[in-house]
Design a protein around this ligand. Structure first.
Ligand code: SF4
Length: 463
């Protein structure tokens, strides 16, 4: 069998990144070699995102770039496989409009991608897009191979799909209904990662707090987090994509008493007024949201709460926006993203009256982001002189880059650290300066637990 070289490009969210990783491991097990540059590949796979307009454009650009490379290589010299959410959502359109594609495969189907590679393609692209069922794919593929070093930080997808039905969201149309992995398979994957070197496990799903409610075995996130906490090694757990309607007191209690779960939670709220939460069908009120935030902050003082808001959703009035701004300023979220509404075909919101002009939506996005930049910069200054645990990911000798315990990859702040660091990993850092949510500091010889911040005045090794 000739060596077949694969170039895999993954776009979109951490869940699609997990799917890309599982696909790569599956193909590697079948003897395929992965190359870093597309020019060297025999097979190019584009693992697309199809969530909102900008990400669809980015995915189409990636496909056309691959088409150009295929045409330049000459007839029959290269294969082009398109998978992921754009393939799942627009499989037929892609088949009709981009005939240079050899095969279009729905998201998270490594088995079908392999079949597509082995099949000979003549004429129109093959299109294998199936409606996702109610059972999570075969899990053995999720285990990290024991003979390979695992990444320092790894996303672990605990479920796929979503039953929440937020009116603006296309994800249920793409990824289907909620289907949770079993507790055993998730804990098994985390153990395989941690024993192969991972020191930060990031739990992701469309709605992590709904994990297990579709399983008839009494599964719920509090139980899962409790089981993960029993894994003996030293590592961090970061929980992303919590939903305020499904965040329970038990989950908060387990997070607060955990030895692994960092003092950080990502909980997209999307809006804050009862009027907009109703229109968006978020299944929660402002008061209920506030009570979740207050319960979290009481249970974990000093934690970083991340959220995202959508501005410019149909029906949003100036009064709604002013109330949202006031709500965000009152809660001074430590980390925050603000998006303008994206009209997505097939979603109920796309048919709603009361459209907000794009310029106004952009203006609201700018005002809310500006406010966040101000209060988050002030909060960062308060960390100067404190020792906080940081995950240092890249660098050499005495200059390293990474993130503090309050920052998730790709979406939050960065930390730049001077001082001798012998290897990537979790290190205590004395913060010396701040710019917005980005920090600079010096590695210090202190042992700091993930949920503590020391001050230089505290006795060495106080924790
Ligand atoms: S919780 Fe809402 S926004 Fe998130 S994936 Fe589900 S339907 Fe979409």
């Amino acid at each position: 069998m000739p060596i077949r070289r694969v170039f895999l490009r993954t776009l979109g969210c951490p869940k699609n990144e997990v799917d890309g990783g599982v696909l790569a491991r599956h193909l590697a097990k079948m003897g395929f070699i992965f190359v870093n540059s597309p020019e060297q590949a025999d097979i190019e796979i584009v693992n697309t995102c199809g969530f909102i307009e900008p990400s669809k454009v980015e995915s189409l650009d990636a496909i056309w770039e691959a088409v150009e490379r295929k045409q330049a290589a000459g007839e029959g010299k290269r294969q082009l496989i398109v998978t992921g959410c754009l393939a799942q959502r627009y499989g037929q359109q892609l088949k009709n409009e981009i005939t240079e594609i050899d095969a279009i495969v729905g998201f998270d189907r490594p088995d079908l991608v392999l079949k597509a590679i082995d099949a000979s393609h003549t004429g129109a692209p093959a299109c294998w897009v199936e409606k996702p069922g109610r059972v999570y794919r075969d899990d053995a593929m999720s285990l990290w191979p024991a003979d390979q070093k695992a990444p320092l930080s790894a996303y672990v997808k605990v479920a796929d799909g979503c039953d929440n039905g937020c009116r603006y969201c296309a994800i249920p149309l793409i990824r289907g209904k909620l289907r949770s992995r079993s507790l055993t398979s998730i804990v098994g994957e985390i153990e395989s990662l941690v024993s192969a070197g991972t020191r930060e496990v990031i739990l992701v799903a469309q709605d992590t707090t709904s994990w297990g409610i579709d399983r008839a075995d009494g599964s719920d996130l509090a139980k899962l987090l409790g089981e993960i906490d029993r894994i003996p090694e030293e590592f961090w757990v970061r929980v992303m994509y919590a939903h305020p309607a499904f965040l329970t007191d038990q989950q908060i209690e387990v997070m607060a008493g955990s030895r692994h779960i960092v003092p950080y939670l990502d909980m997209p709220l999307q809006h804050a007024t009862d009027h907009m939460l109703r229109i968006m069908n978020r299944g929660v009120t402002r008061a209920q949201t506030q009570s979740r935030i207050d319960t979290l902050r009481r249970a974990r003082p000093g934690m970083a709460l991340r959220t995202t808001f959508i501005v410019g959703h149909p029906g949003e009035t100036e009064a709604d926006f002013e109330e949202l701004l006031a709500f965000a300023e009152e809660n001074t979220f430590e980390r925050m993203g603000v998006f303008t509404y994206s009209k997505e075909e097939g979603t109920p919101s796309a048919l709603l009256p009361g459209e907000v002009p794009v310029e106004l939506a952009l203006e609201r996005q700018a005002r809310l982001t500006e406010a966040f930049d101000q209060w988050s910069a002030d909060a960062s200054v308060d960390l100067i002189g404190k020792i906080i645990p940081c995950v240092l990911e890249s660098g050499s000798h005495d200059r390293w880059e990474g993130r503090s315990v309050y920052d998730a990859p790709e979406i939050d702040g960065q930390v730049t650290v001077m001082g001798i660091v012998d290897e990537p990993g979790i290190h205590p850092v004395l913060i010396e300066n701040a710019s917005g949510v980005d920090l600079t500091g010096r590695r210090v010889d202190y042992s700091v637990r993930p949920d503590r911040v020391a001050t230089i005045t505290e006795p060495r090794g106080a924790f």
